[in-house]
Design a protein around this ligand. Structure first.
Ligand code: GLA
Length: 733
């Protein structure tokens, strides 16, 4: 991990764990991109730069008659707007004279140990000795606006983080109408683009396509990162698969409106930009003020998509998730067990049934507060409904605790029902545009968290609830996209700041509650997985991955999610069969093994279980508990892709690869099955392993190349799982 500046050739070189990232100052101080890939040992890359006169590409002043030098074709790190680069810009600043031209040139740089914080924005962190940061300051000579571009490399991770701080060092107020957090120009377009797209109950489906000339835009304008698109993209070489080929991954640490542009220009260079969505964004920046744009996490792998994912996973587990080591108790959630229909007595019955099976926590989902008997009312009324919960939360917590279990609770602080006491008292607290209808979604409106008074109120009222009983887990939900985004408090020239200020309000509230209640385990949720992004992961170490608990659907959702997010961040539950979302019937074994991929729990009426099912569940909990550390901290390998066939397989491997936990799921039964062999790609070629169930001994080479034979899977047993442990650690067979 080193960062150097070769002043003779004006070349910056950032070496991470096994990668190098190289930039050069072009004439006039244009910061340009030269190389990103496997480690290289020299800075002398100037020979890669070729300028060529291309029609209709103009020349800046410093070209000094060289018609080959144009901003329109230069590979840049932070391209401006309106000054001869016709591709998508990273920054646009509006000046008082109405002009929008922005041209950022090198001013100075600074290299320091460690990693800066972006607070109040979420960001990764590292000890002084584990990271090294380069700050390059660019300046727009006309307005005086400066951009600090930050690049951090890490000792132990093949990851580079970037972010930008804009400073108004000029004398007059300006407006920022586009501030991307990172831009990067590749000199070619021999790429496939991978994105994670979806919809409610069908999040993060993997989509892969060749890049094309023109612009592909992945974005959210929903006020949250969304079920529909995720702030992630990857460029991969066309031959890339799980183990081979190049993969560049980009992930934005932000939970609000985002945009990721992928533009292939006329000479087939590829530009990627990621940051806050410029649509409906305008930030007033007075002289002396600054604006911090969120962090982008970038990784490179020359060993395919699997390595790309593991780079992200390890990095997030180590440098972003603050509660990675907080235990995740096996839980029973009341939602699919009872929906809104519960009382203290019925919850205690559920808790008792659960504790007999080995479940460790009861989570009371939606319906415990106000007059909340359905999803049409009472959001905002955060006081206990004593008609349902006699004796309130404290009695419930005491009784649940006396069974040796913990109590968790669902909240949806950012929302308000029109039919609520809070709305009667404070209609002005909603996001709303004057003289326009306030659109409801799931019969609810959104609170305006850009307002400090709203955030303070929420902090007080939620704190009161959390202090009233021994609550050890919170599921923090949000169940609508935002619309009519306008704040009753802001001045007209600041209204287009509301989207971003709202998400800053969410982050601020979350942080205050985390500080006050450091022992609570927070889980994020957004109608399932609609806000599954690194920004929220900074505050809540795990997220409800999807409202879809059908294990067959979940395999795809979890595999897609695992492209960038660690398994430790996914919450996954066993629900009843037929499934409530799809009506599909699946074996309890399949439901269990699929739900092992993450924070594990149950979400069903346990009173309906047969004795045989209870025994299976007891066994599942034992298996989960004996693997939870491997699941949370181990490496995840996707082995068979559910998007491509009738089966899926994956494996968790310990860091030393001395423990492998393998699962194979057959989706549909097949009569008279062919013989399936599956290669365990993560086996260490130099190790020997014992199958802990059968006692069979395999060499790592055999597991990796010949694979294992999957037994015939029929009826209730469509899942095969096994565990391999290293034997003969001294190499003696
Ligand atoms: C969302 C969540 C569910 C459940 C309901 C309650 O849809 O994703 O798990 O909590 O809200 O209303």
């Amino acid at each position: 991990m080193t960062i150097t500046f070769d002043s003779k050739n004006e070349i910056f070189k950032l070496d991470g764990f096994t990668t190098s990232y190289v930039m050069k100052l072009f004439p006039g101080g244009v910061l340009s991109h030269l190389y990103y890939g496997n480690y290289i040992n020299d800075t002398n890359l100037g020979y890669l730069v070729r300028f060529k006169d291309r029609g209709f590409s103009g020349n800046p002043l410093e070209a000094r008659g060289n018609r080959g030098y144009s901003l329109d074709t230069a590979t840049q790190e932070y391209p401006g707007f309106g000054v001869g680069d016709y591709r998508t810009a990273a920054i646009t600043v509006e000046l008082p004279d109405g002009s929008t031209a922005t041209d950022m040139r090198y001013k100075c740089h600074n290299i320091f140990k460690g990693k800066h914080s972006l607070a109040p924005l979420p960001s990764s962190s590292a000890n002084e000795d584990d990271a090294c940061t380069l700050k390059i300051t660019l300046v727009d000579g006309t307005s005086g606006v400066e951009a600090d571009l930050f690049y951090t490399v890490f000792k132990d991770s093949d990851v580079l983080t970037r972010n930008v701080v804009i400073r108004n060092a000029g004398n007059y107020t300006v407006y920022l109408s586009r501030i991307m957090s990172a831009a990067l120009d590749f000199h070619h377009s021999d790429f496939h683009l991978i994105t994670l797209n979806g919809r409610w109950a069908c999040e993060r489906q993997i989509e892969r396509r060749p890049v094309h000339h023109g612009i592909s835009l992945i974005e959210s304008m929903r006020g949250n990162s969304s079920h529909q698109y995720n702030p992630f993209l990857a460029f991969v070489s066309p031959n890339a698969d799980e183990e081979n080929g190049e993969a560049y991954g980009f992930n934005l640490v932000y939970s609000g409106n985002f945009a990721a542009f992928c533009e292939v220009d006329p000479i087939s260079q590829t530009r990627v930009l990621m940051g806050i969505n410029p649509t409906d964004f305008k930030w007033c920046l007075m002289s002396g003020e600054s604006f911090t744009a969120p962090e982008v996490v970038i990784t490179y792998s020359s060993n395919g998509l699997g390595q790309m994912s593991r780079n992200f996973h390890r990095f997030y587990n180590k440098h972003l998730l603050r509660d990675i080591n907080k235990r995740r108790p096996v839980l029973i959630n009341s939602w699919e067990a009872a929906y809104f229909d519960f009382t203290t007595d019925s919850l205690l019955t559920l808790a008792k049934q659960a504790s007999e099976l080995g479940i460790e926590m009861l989570v009371v989902d939606d319906g415990w507060f106000g007059e909340r008997n359905n999803d049409k009312c009472a959001l905002g009324d955060w006081y206990v409904n004593e008609k349902k919960l006699k004796g309130g939360l404290s009695r419930l917590a005491n009784e649940v605790n006396s069974m040796g279990m913990k109590l968790g609770l669902w909240i949806e602080p950012e929302m308000i029902s029109k039919d609520s006491r809070l709305f009667e008292e404070h209609p002005e607290w909603c996001l709303q545009v004057n003289n326009r209808h306030m659109q409801e979604s799931r019969s609810q409106l959104a609170l305006d968290l850009s307002r400090q008074d709203v955030c303070d109120y929420l902090y007080d009222v939620i704190s009161r609830v959390l202090k009233s009983a021994n609550i050890e887990y919170i599921k923090w939900d949000i169940n609508r996209s935002l619309s009519e985004v306008q704040s009753q408090l802001s001045e007209p020239n600041r209204q287009r700041e509301t989207w971003h200020r709202n998400i800053l309000g969410v982050y601020g509230l979350f942080e205050r509650l985390r500080q006050t209640f450091p022992d609570i385990l927070f889980e994020g949720c957004c109608g399932g997985g609609g806000r599954f992004d690194p920004g929220m992961m900074y505050f809540a170490p795990q997220h409800w991955t999807s409202d879809n608990t059908d294990p067959i659907e979940r395999i795809k959702i979890q595999m897609g999610t695992s492209l960038t997010y660690p398994i430790s961040a996914m919450a996954s539950h066993v629900s009843s069969s037929p499934n409530h979302q799809t009506g599909r019937c699946t074996p309890l074994h399949t439901r269990g093994y699929v739900a092992f991929t993450g924070g594990f729990g149950y979400e069903m009426d346990l009173g309906k279980l047969t004795d045989e099912e209870k025994e299976i569940i007891k066994e599942q909990i034992k298996i989960y508990k004996s693997h939870e550390d491997l699941i949370r901290n181990g490496d995840f390998y996707r082995i068979k892709n559910p998007f491509e066939g009738n089966s899926a397989a994956w494996c968790f491997a310990s860091a030393q690869k001395d423990r492998l936990f393998f699962t194979y799921v057959q989706i549909l039964s097949i009569p008279n099955q062919p013989l399936y062999r599956v290669r365990i790609s993560c086996a260490d070629e130099n190790k020997w392993y014992k199958d802990t169930k059968t006692g069979d001994i395999y060499s790592g080479l055999v597991l990796k190349h010949a694979g294992i034979a999957i037994p015939e899977l029929l009826g209730d047993f469509l899942t095969y799982s096994c565990e391999f442990e290293e034997v003969f650690p001294n190499g003696i067979v």
